[in-house]
Every structure is written in C-alpha cells, then in structure tokens.
Design a protein around this ligand. Structure first.
Ligand SMILES: [Zn+2]
Length: 106
C-alpha cells in the first residue's frame, strides 16, 4: 500500500502518511459509511451531471452550483449546455477523490 498523495510506502495500520502527513481512511474503519462511491459519482454525472448532482454528491458544492446555474439559466444558448456536458465528462474521467480528499472507491 502506498500513500495516495506522495506514493510513500505505508503500513496498513497507520491512519496518516508519516512523510507528507496526509490523513487517509482505513477501509476497515466505521468511516466506510461516509466513503463516497466512484461508480455512483460517474452514474450521477452521466444522468444528472448537467445539474452538477455528481459534484453535490462528492462535496464540490461550488463547482456543482456553477454547473447547475449554467445549465438552468443558459440552457437556451445550446453552447453553454454543451460546454457543461464536456465539463461533466472531464469530471467523471478525472475526479477520484471527494471534496475532503478521500479516495472514492469503485
Ligand atoms: Zn504521503
């Protein structure tokens, strides 16, 4: 197992990286209930992404509100929804952590 932040090898029992200090969740802890699922993020992005729902789910509230407002207020422009759509595709391809920096598991 390696630190997701700096790739420093770590032992499974530690809850933070000794090199960079990054805290991470032990999958066996009770925090698993709070852990976001990347598959849910991707599905929300595909079906509801133009309203930013996937980013609300992951905790990226500012980004989600911008996508929601762009889609709702500028849907008649056609070009803006197309840009938001591309933005959502980039989101679901590149975002693998929630807003707290926790890896979203599949
Ligand atoms: Zn680290």
């Amino acid at each position: 197992m390696n630190c997701p932040n700096c790739n420093n090898p770590i032992t499974p029992e530690v809850s933070y990286c000794p090199k960079c200090g990054r805290a991470f969740q032990n999958p066996s802890s009770e925090n698993i209930l709070l852990q976001k699922n990347r598959l849910v993020y991707i599905l929300l992005g595909i079906f509801l992404g133009c309203w930013g729902v996937h980013n609300f789910y992951a905790g990226y509230i500012k980004r989600a509100v911008i996508q929601l407002l762009l889609s709702v207020l500028l849907c008649w422009t056609f070009i803006v929804p197309a840009i938001v759509f591309i933005w959502v595709i980039i989101d679901i391809c590149t975002v693998d952590r929630d807003a707290n920096g926790n890896i979203m598991v599949m």
